[in-house]
Design a protein around this ligand. Structure first.
Ligand SMILES: NC(=O)c1ccc[n+]([C@@H]2O[C@H](COP(=O)([O-])OP(=O)(O)OC[C@H]3O[C@@H](n4cnc5c(N)ncnc54)[C@H](OP(=O)(O)O)[C@@H]3O)[C@@H](O)[C@H]2O)c1
Length: 237
């Protein structure tokens, strides 16, 4: 019998999250929980679920709403019936500040971006960690960005977003240190053609996601607490 691995992906209704669901469905060994704010309106996910033979489950989860996260965790535990979550992918994210800068950014925008890009992954990990620890792979992936890497020296703009991704990277480090039994990484998916990345991004979303999944599948426990690019290369903090 094929060994099955369970994936939970937040923000799975479009962009990188949706492409992850599509690519993961190509292997019969994956069971996927696709979390989105409003599954009733997630028509692409619904279409995929109809053809997935029970391998794709849709769940409502708003990463800025603690109650929604805890309800989703209960629902998912019921769906999995004793199985754990092998790969928890904190993918949902926003970039409302656009090309703002340190000396022009609006702190209200910074705070709302922080709530989604950092608060979301914090509470999602807290709510789902029990299920992750019950799994074989015990892996948490925080979808970050090279823009949050001070060592990559990416310059002036996208300041509020970059600040939240730098904080997310610290969250990865702290989670990895606190729980050596699990593998936690930050992953930079590349500049991809999604609503966030825009049509002029370097790569189609399929290319970035292929690299992201390949990198995740080759992780070892020694990789915990680190940041990787979609080509599998380490990204400096
Ligand atoms: N695209 C790039 O070039 C790029 C580069 C580096 C990193 N990233 C990161 O990759 C991740 C995905 O980006 P993307 O390009 O796929 O963005 P996207 O096309 O804008 O999609 C964002 C996804 O996040 C969801 N989301 C936003 N706020 C949410 C909330 N409060 N609760 C639940 N879901 C929420 C959205 O759901 P709704 O449809 O309900 O709004 C949507 O599914 C983000 O973390 C982003 O920072 C992207």
């Amino acid at each position: 019998m094929t060994r099955e691995y369970v994936w939970l992906i937040t923000g799975a209704n479009r962009g990188i999250g949706l492409e992850m669901v599509k690519q993961l469905l190509q292997s019969p060994s994956n069971i996927i929980i696709a979390a989105s704010r409003n599954p009733a309106k997630a028509t692409e996910l619904q279409g995929l679920a109809e053809k997935a033979g029970g391998k794709l489950h849709l769940v409502a989860l708003d990463v800025t709403d603690k109650e929604s996260i805890s309800q989703a965790a209960q629902e998912v535990a019921g769906v999995l019936g004793g199985k754990g979550i092998d790969y928890l992918i904190n993918n949902a994210g926003i970039l409302p500040g656009g090309e703002d800068t340190a000396f022009s950014l609006d702190v209200d925008i910074l705070a709302s971006t922080f709530a989604t890009n950092v608060g979301g992954p914090v509470y999602v990990a807290q709510a789902f960690i029990g299920l992750v620890e019950q799994s074989e792979k015990k892996t948490v992936v925080n979808i970050s960005s090279v823009l949050g890497s001070i060592g990559s020296d990416v310059g002036v703009i996208w300041a509020s977003y970059a600040i939240t991704k730098a904080a997310l990277n610290m969250l990865t480090y702290k989670e990895a240190k606190e729980k050596p039994d699990i593998t936690v990484i930050s992953m930079c998916p590349g500049w991809l053609q999604t609503d966030m990345g825009g049509p002029n991004a370097s790569h189609p979303v399929s290319v970035g996601v292929e690299g992201v999944l390949k990198t995740i599948l080759s992780l070892t426990p020694e990789d915990s607490g680190k940041c990787f690019n979609f080509d599998g290369q380490p990204v400096p903090w």
